[in-house]
Design a binder for this molecule. Sequence first.
Ligand SMILES: Cc1cc2nc3c(=O)[nH]c(=O)nc-3n(C[C@H](O)[C@H](O)[C@H](O)COP(=O)(O)OP(=O)(O)OC[C@H]3O[C@@H](n4cnc5c(N)ncnc54)[C@H](O)[C@@H]3O)c2cc1C
Length: 602
Amino acid sequence: MPLMSDGARSPDLADRAGTGDLHALRGRLTGGLVLPGDAEWDDARRAWNLAVDQRPVAVALVESVEDVVKVVEFAGEHGLRIAPQGTGHGASALAVLDGTILVKTSRLRGVEIDAGAARARIQAGALWEDVVVPAAEQGFVVLHGSSPDVGVVGYTLGGGMGWLARSRGLAANSVTAVELVTSEGKLVRLDSENEPDLFWAVRGGGGSFGVVTAIELELYPTPELYAGAMFWPLERAGEVLRSWREWTETVPHEVTSVGRIVHFPPLPDVPEPMRGQSFVIVEAVFVGSEADGNALVAQLRELDPAMDTFAAVAPTALQHLHMDPPHPVPGVGDGLFLERLPDEAIGAFVENADPPLVSLEIRQLGGAMASSAQDHGAVGTLDAGYVMFAVGMAPNPEIAAAVHEAVDRVKAALGPWASARTYFNFAERPIGGARLYPLKTYTFQRLRKIRATHDPAGMFVSNHPIPPAIAIDTARIASASLFADLPAAELEALAGAMGEAELDAGTEVVTVDESGSTVYVIEAGEAEVTGASGPLSVALGPGDTFGEIGLLLTAGKRTATVVARTPMKLLALSEPDFERIRGQIPGFERSLRSLGLERSSR
Ligand SMILES: Cc1cc2nc3c(=O)[nH]c(=O)nc-3n(C[C@H](O)[C@H](O)[C@H](O)COP(=O)(O)OP(=O)(O)OC[C@H]3O[C@@H](n4cnc5c(N)ncnc54)[C@H](O)[C@@H]3O)c2cc1C
């Protein structure tokens, strides 16, 4: 919807921070502070996604770390919240900005390339094009996404899946350090040595933990690159996408590709051959030589495309391969992970790919995105086979509603093949954070606890916020028979380390085997246990405990999978948390030993 002038002052402003105070803050900043009623107000509050109508109490256009610190301190003193924003590409998933200062980092676009260390230090407001070009000049590539004007920080904090994702992995896992202003207004450098929990959390946990002022990324020597797109008439969508899917099953990790349907709008900035036309398109990047690339795409060429742009390319060309809009647009979209992409799923995708949707894409996952490593951040791995994203233009609320419905139709049609987890960066609607992470890894609970430690009052407003964990009462833990006899001090230690989890019916909770340390206490709901050779006659309910640590503690079974039969509420203790407090709960270790178990870390 078009932005409307917001001349009236938000009631929050009067409630929480007097006008005089905000004017005083304005005087203290090197950058600007724009308030409702100022001539620049509508420009300042505008997001890249023009369909989003942002109404914060003020917009801080920060120009230095000191500016960020001053705004955070001011928010702390006045009970205001802070929403950090680079470009506003991810603005549609943001909460309402009542009582919130929008901190725009767009004036902080400095990029330093350290060729010797193969690192780039990037200020918070930099766009990918600000990094891709100087990195290429010095012989490096970075793990950018499909669009040159997406912000490096927002993209990376949400995972970051780009053209080198199958060969090099997710951008979040290539971060070497983050500089961040905490809710206390302190600038901290996060890396594997300093504040490792927070460093882990921001790499996939999003903007819930502070205002990032700079990020340091690994650079990769520029390889040979062969890339391009093939276009066919829309009528061939089913056939082409099925062939593409078969092709994806054969290609090496050096190939990252997308199968998509695009209804190009009849707009002047769309190139002539595509303007107003609809196509099925395969785009791909191969890290390797032109000769090998030619051989790899030969199978697709046999489908006789109407246009074929594949060629050896410079790294800067990858920014334009996906033909994303070159300027802000009003958009409505959403995505989902697909476990598999059988012919029936392609049929459902094609059948629901009509306007008002403009682009529907399926990207192949796997490769480096699916291999785990100790030093990964909270994003970890993406285990699904493919990810889908559908989007349409939304110039007014009526069309926006129609696009939402069209997106819902595609998602529903693909439901049978969808994962429970959703990709952070392709979730353009507010979504419960638990859905963004794999359950078995306990990532969401760990993120909640880190948020509770570093931002207990919930100062930071982000797209897909991680809610702070709430303190667990020891009585809740003592209700589990395994912990009932623990001394009070040990129960306290466990309570401080445990988090809460809620599960939908049908969710596979954990595979019980001889490794790992995750432990769950059932508070409500029921689970059933599946052994390697089918269901066991074991049902778990409130008060029961189970875990990865070697058995179902209630049943003595050694290899089994626990599946939620009904919606469940659990208390959960993750492996890192257990490792942190294990010295304080010797009684738990003793109970395990009495059951014939030893804990082992993976
Ligand atoms: C056209 C288009 C193409 C895209 N292509 C890809 C793609 O190829 N791969 C992919 O993975 N994603 C892609 N995305 C999704 C994109 O990565 C997300 O929308 C991402 O959130 C954008 O980051 P941003 O900084 O530009 O946006 P913003 O809306 O400015 O930021 C999004 C969120 O990031 C956090 N954030 C931003 N800056 C800071 C900061 N300084 N400190 C703390 N938190 C901060 C905040 O929580 C904020 O709400 C695309 C999106 C669009 C619209």
